[in-house]
Design a protein around this ligand. Structure first.
Ligand code: IPE
Ligand code: IPE
Ligand code: MG
Length: 241
């Protein structure tokens, strides 16, 4: 779908993507699953480019879940190294384009120190940028995020009756991040897989059969068009105020 079919006055402020289907894409081509992850880099930057083009303010991608440690050790190692490599290879270009890089996820012992250093370098380098905030969810789980928020709240000693939805939202990994307006999941799986559980309470969900390595800008725009055709009511009624 070409960009001119979009209503540029109603671009979602925050789009989140579950980049799924890399492994199957590779396997149907007789390639190792890791080649699918490699091929997914192109789609990721198509989506970043397209977001910059139409003025999306926040883009969040699911790169590695708290459950993905269950994968074969070689695939896990590949994903860690590949994420690190992309950060180093692409950070300057993203910085020049006004992209602020951020991370959400648990920084536990399983995430190598070197990757954490690279994450801090990339977010430090781009901290002042404002054009697009590009958040990478790594070792991220929606339930883990809520548990971590509850732990912080409990440790602060706040009285239980003082805890509100705002208290929880302020203790999530990135309290500044607005809730996603649109969540896109590729590769024909109709589930959330522990992504942004708290934040997506009222997000519009778009699912596509296309595997992530084949997801291109025109399909990204089609998902946004679908979003623009939806009627968001947030529990109210049409025409109400
Ligand atoms: C998504 O693709 C990338 C990650 C989860 C890291 P998958 O690796 O899940 O690919 P499929 O779903 O097995 O095809
Ligand atoms: C979700 O995809 C996680 C990422 C895209 C990083 P999975 O492929 O891990 O999810 P399931 O296992 O199909 O639910
Ligand atoms: Mg998958």
């Amino acid at each position: 779908m070409p960009v001119d079919l979009l209503d540029l006055n109603r671009i979602p402020r925050h789009i989140a993507c579950v980049m799924d289907g890399n492994g199957r894409w590779a396997q149907t081509r007789g390639l190792p699953r890791t080649e699918g992850h490699r091929a997914g880099e192109h789609s990721l930057f198509e989506v970043v480019d397209a977001s910059l083009e139409i003025g999306v303010e926040w883009l969040t991608v699911f790169a590695f879940s708290t459950e993905n440690w269950r994968r074969p050790r070689d695939e896990v190692r590949f994903l860690i190294n590949f994420n690190e490599e992309i950060l180093v290879r692409r950070r300057d270009e993203l910085n020049e384009r006004g992209v602020r890089i951020r991370f959400v996820g648990r920084r536990d012992w399983r995430v190598p120190k070197r990757l954490i250093r690279r994450m801090d370098e990339a977010s430090g380098l781009t901290a002042k940028n404002r054009t697009l905030t590009f958040t990478i969810a790594f070792n991220y789980g929606g339930r883990a995020e809520i548990v971590d928020a509850v732990r912080r709240i409990a440790a602060s000693g706040v009285a239980p009756e003082k805890i509100t939805e705002t208290t929880i939202a302020r203790n999530l990994y990135d309290p500044e991040m607005p809730d996603p307006d649109l969540v896109i999941r590729t590769s024909g799986e109709y589930r959330i897989s522990n992504f942004l559980l708290w934040e997506l309470a009222y997000s519009e969900l778009v699912f596509t059969d296309t595997p992530w390595p084949e997801f291109q800008r025109r399909e990204f725009f089609a998902a946004i068009r679908e979003f623009q055709d939806r009627d968001r009511r947030f529990g109210g009624v049409d025409g109400g105020d």
